[in-house]
Write a protein of this length. Structure first.
Length: 251
């Protein structure tokens, strides 16, 4: 019950503040059914805020197999989560550790479990678009950069080669404009930093952005259904960029 109470208090704290005044009429927002169940669900999720449980069983199975030559972990958010690696890298020992909606602090928190403990030869990190969108709250550029530095240094300390990926462009060609939450200027700034940092840190830079951008600086039409996530045609263009970066990293 203590956990449930904390979850309810947290939910209440997130409600917008109202000015202290009498209401003209009684019109509270309609409550959903089964509030206790909803609060318990929120409490359960808060206990695994970084989603270490998502790949726990799969990680244990991989660890039991021991080190696999050429293993590469793809770490990221929904763009990685939705990438069916076997369809684009047939026969390769590549491991998908993407989780939809995640930001760099969440990925850093699970880096040991989902990357280091799997003893890969390399890790390819595609992250940052959800940081810009404030999925886990506002972050400065420095905070995001620190998370990339920390993941890079952790990997290199365990002799894991690092590939840092450019964020994909977004577009407003679909039903929901994507540039509102992910301004193209912020994407360009983070990509410029990633490219520079990769060179200084001895990491490889995988430039997905150039492969997918149009002449307006947006994600090309036909490569996405929603202006954010690649469709199969988008992944087709990303795959050779990833393959070339992995080959370079493992040389």
């Amino acid at each position: 019950m203590k956990t449930l109470s904390l979850a309810v208090l947290l939910a209440l704290s997130l409600l917008p503040a109202a000015w202290g005044q009498l209401a003209d009429e009684f019109s509270p927002p309609r409550a959903n059914c089964c509030l206790q169940s909803a609060a318990q669900s929120l409490a359960d999720q808060l206990q695994d805020w970084n989603q270490l449980g998502r790949y726990h069983a799969d990680n244990e199975a991989l660890k039991a197999q021991g080190r696999t030559p050429g293993r590469v972990v793809f770490l990221g958010d929904s763009i990685t989560d939705g990438w069916r690696l076997a369809n684009y890298f047939a026969g390769k020992p590549y491991v998908n550790r993407g989780i939809s909606g995640q930001t760099t602090p969440q990925m850093l928190a699970r880096f040991y479990r989902d990357v280091v403990n799997l003893q890969p030869a390399a890790v390819i990190i595609l992250a940052g678009t959800n940081d810009i969108a404030r999925n886990t709250g506002p972050q400065t550029a420095e905070l995001i950069q620190d998370n990339f530095r920390a993941m890079t240094e952790l990997a290199q300390a365990h002799k894991i080669r690092v590939i840092l990926c450019a964020l994909l462009p977004v577009s407003d060609y679909g039903k929901a404009p994507q540039t509102v939450r992910r301004p193209p200027s912020d994407i360009l700034k983070l990509n410029a930093w990633l490219k520079e940092y990769a060179a200084s840190a001895g990491a490889v830079y995988a430039d997905y952005y150039t492969a997918l951008v149009d002449d307006k600086g947006l994600l090309r039409q036909g490569l996405s259904q929603d202006g954010l996530h690649p469709n199969p045609q988008g992944y087709e263009l990303m795959a050779p960029v990833a393959a070339a970066a992995i080959e370079k990293a493992l040389q």
